[in-house]
Design a protein around this ligand. Structure first.
Ligand code: CMC
Length: 427
């Protein structure tokens, strides 16, 4: 039987339908609220507001559950490869062997980036943050691919997915090559997608380069863990921008900018900088714990807390284990890992963190793995973006196929009432 929610305002009752999701998540459908009552709801930061129905990712913050298209993150991170998961996210089902082969082939057809893009890269100062460059280059791809995608046309949409996956990986690595003054590299169509990331980043014209297979494996896992996370800040941005029927590259460029912030994807860079600072100050984690708890200090323990996870972040659990494994495999003994573990152990028994349900999130340990792989700190959020790309594409595609209306929140105006215009000499 369908459920109804009743709202009473000034003695008058209004009824609203209740929506129930596959996993029994419940929402009050207030689509007709304003037209029937004249009221709107107020929910800064959208802590209680659903923006859409989605078939892509299920997340239970209380139980620490994350699933893509019904498959547990633990299974996917342990058994699948990144392109397999990208295919699953975007097209809804795990690919067959042939479908995956074809997907890789089709992505390879789009890995050459227009040479004119290099002139844009040249214009940036070497010190520019890679995320700023990446957002600009992604947006610039629109100029080289101006034809809008017809989302109703499966073939066109499939090609747009392959094109975005192919070109984004290459331009993501331009940002690092630029900062180092290295020539920009080309995708090697004889190698796999994740392996190519390492080649694009680190292969120099002066000699051969072979990435460590352990590093490629770990990257594969990290990209999968970042693949999608339902309606987070950057994904909501991608959907919001796309809801005006802006193109895929333009929407993803906006997502990159949203991800950059230190409260979102930029936290992975901030965590490592924080750990390095603690190390430089003698490794005294207590001082930083005290700062994080001080209401008058804006400092936050980076890599801790999550809007949705209030028990543990399942991605953090997998990454912590991976950090131990990768460092051991690479023979890296990083004191920063010990500081991170000390900080985590202290926070897990500290009343401030426990009472606010603040646990390590995906960004807490990922930077330690990236560092062990030789990835510079400023590139960490770019790696998050590469992992999140299939999620952004999947959500953009779903939003357009479901013909969602343009995103346009309302507000409560709190400024001046009507005032008379004052001529300049009377102000
Ligand atoms: N260190 C210290 N205090 C914190 C922290 C933290 N990392 N996170 C939250 N709090 C406190 C906050 O001050 C507030 O305290 P009070 O109730 O006394 O005012 C309480 O916990 C609730 O915090 P909130 O800011 O209302 O929670 P939110 O859901 O709006 O913010 C968050 C979530 C992730 C932005 C926040 O926890 C944070 O800033 N964490 C550090 C940045 C970080 O690691 N971000 C990565 C998130 S995971 C990757 C991703 O998907 O983006």
């Amino acid at each position: 039987m369908s459920k109804i929610a009743t709202l009473e305002i000034d003695g008058k009752k209004y009824e609203f339908p209740v929506i129930i999701g596959t996993e029994n998540e419940v929402a009050i459908d207030i689509e007709k609220l304003r037209s029937e009552t004249g009221y709107i709801t107020m929910d800064p930061g959208y802590k209680n507001s659903g923006s859409c129905k989605s078939d892509i990712t299920f997340l239970d913050g209380e139980e620490g559950i994350l699933r893509y298209r019904g498959y547990s993150i633990e299974d996917l991170a342990g058994k699948a490869n990144f392109l397999e998961v990208a295919y699953l996210l975007v097209f809804g089902e795990l690919p067959t062997k042939d479908q995956l082969f074809q997907f890789e082939e089709d992505i390879r057809k789009h890995t050459l980036v227009n040479e004119e893009m290099k002139k844009i890269v040249e214009g940036f100062p070497r010190t520019a943050h890679p995320m700023g460059i990446l957002a600009s280059l992604t947006s610039a791809l629109t100029a080289f691919n101006p034809k809008p995608v017809n989302v109703e046309n499966e073939k066109e949409m499939y090609q747009a997915v392959c094109k975005t996956m192919g070109k984004f990986l290459v331009i993501a690595t331009y940002t690092y090559r630029k900062s180092m003054g290295y020539p920009l590299n080309y995708y090697d169509n004889t190698k796999g997608y994740v392996e190519n990331f390492m080649h694009l980043m680190f292969e120099l014209p002066t000699g051969p380069y072979t990435p460590d297979p352990a590093v490629v494996d770990a990257l594969n896992k990290l990209f999968i863990l970042h693949g999608d996370h339902e309606q987070n800040c950057s994904t909501s941005t991608v959907r919001m921008v796309g809801s005006s029927h802006a193109g895929l590259f333009a929407s993803i460029s906006a997502g990159v900018s949203a991800l950059w912030g230190p409260l979102h994807g930029g936290a992975n860079q901030a965590v490592l900088e924080m750990l390095e600072e603690i190390q430089a100050n003698g490794g005294d984690a207590d001082k930083y714990m005290a700062k994080a708890k001080d209401r008058n200090d804006p400092f936050r323990l980076m890599g801790f807390g999550h809007r949705v996870y209030k028990n543990f972040d399942p991605r953090a659990k997998i990454i912590k284990k991976a950090a131990d494994e990768v460092l051991a495999t690479l023979g890296v003994d990083d004191p920063i890992l010990q500081i991170a573990k000390k900080l985590e152990a202290a926070a897990l028994v500290d009343d401030y963190f426990v009472s606010r349900k603040l646990y390590p999130n995906v960004d807490f340990y990922s930077g330690i793995i990236y560092r062990a792989m030789g990835i510079p700190t400023e590139m960490f959020t770019v790696l998050f973006a590469i992992g999140r790309l299939p999620g952004w594409i999947a959500q953009w595609k779903e939003m357009r196929i479901n013909k969602e209306p343009i995103g346009r929140p309302r507000q409560i105006y709190t400024g001046y009432e009507l005032r008379d215009f004052k001529p300049m000499d009377q102000r």
